[in-house]
Design a binder for this molecule. Structure first.
Ligand SMILES: [Zn+2]
Ligand SMILES: [Zn+2]
Length: 265
């Protein structure tokens, strides 16, 4: 286990005045793959707990989460420098992937001009969202593979786009097990998770078909089954055979065990 600390600033909604058209015609379009981590803030509105095979699945409303964007995924993964080079006085920034010389010049310039040392910073947002979580998955591969397949299955069965639900892994210090939350980013909740729980057997069948019938019959995951542009952050965690193995042993039945009382600060 390793830990690093970075300062982070909150993000908020802004109004951007129209300046020019945003175009897809640029020669070198580039979207930085970023690492977003999150944790629960120990507050939720209660819900229901179920058994799915030998795993626990919970469905809670109003889960308070903090999401932290800690910088470029390529650097976070290798334990490199976290955060973005941003001057907190004037707001100018550089890419975290800029050359060492460029970053050095940027830091020197702003230390002299703005009178403050440029430290790499992250960004965070506090959100309240409904969530279905797979608790204590044995590792991230199981967690991501099963829940990504379920999200894709849900997008076939329910009236939703794949982006309407988001995945968030919440690890615990010192153990491999991880809770994986499938949360609904729509403020106030869109009701998709209620439908997903109600139609769990159908969603599991659809998810199972996606991982079982990969047209390429790949050995882990590929663009014909689980991989797509938006989930590149956890591509290396996805394995269709792991998901298939769990679906085969857990089947499609959720067994209600008890109500979860709300948790207030
Ligand atoms: Zn500055
Ligand atoms: Zn595949």
């Amino acid at each position: 286990m390793g830990a690093q600390t970075i300062p982070a600033v909150p993000i908020c909604d802004v109004s951007l005045p129209h300046n020019s058209m945003i175009s897809d015609d640029e020669d070198y379009r580039f979207q930085l793959s970023v690492a977003v981590y999150g944790y629960e803030q120990h507050q939720h509105g209660g819900g229901k707990q179920y058994l799915w095979g030998d795993r626990v699945v919970s469905h809670r409303t109003g889960v308070r989460l903090r999401l932290v964007n800690v910088g470029a995924h390529s650097q976070a993964r290798t334990g490199g420098r976290l955060g973005y080079p941003i001057c907190l006085v004037c707001g100018q920034s550089r890419s975290p992937l800029a050359s060492q010389a460029d970053l050095q010049a940027f830091e020197t310039d702003h230390r002299q001009r703005c009178g403050r040392v440029v430290e790499p910073v992250g960004f965070y947002a506090d959100i309240t969202a409904d969530a279905v979580s797979l608790e204590n998955a044995v590792d991230r591969q199981e967690a991501y593979s099963v829940m990504e397949a379920l999200r894709m299955g849900a997008s076939e069965v329910l009236d939703m786009e794949i982006e309407d639900l988001q995945l968030l892994a919440v690890p615990q210090a010192g153990v491999r097990q991880v809770n994986l939350l499938l949360y609904d980013p729509m403020p106030g909740g869109s009701g998709i998770l209620d439908q997903m729980i109600a139609r769990w057997p159908e969603v599991v069948v659809a998810a199972q078909r996606i991982v079982e019938e990969c047209p390429s019959q790949c050995q882990s995951a590929c663009v014909d089954c689980l991989l797509h542009f938006r989930n590149s952050y956890y591509h290396r965690r996805l394995n269709r055979l792991t998901a298939l193995d769990r679906f085969d042993s857990w089947h499609g039945t959720l067994m209600f065990t008890h109500d979860i009382p709300s948790r207030l600060p």
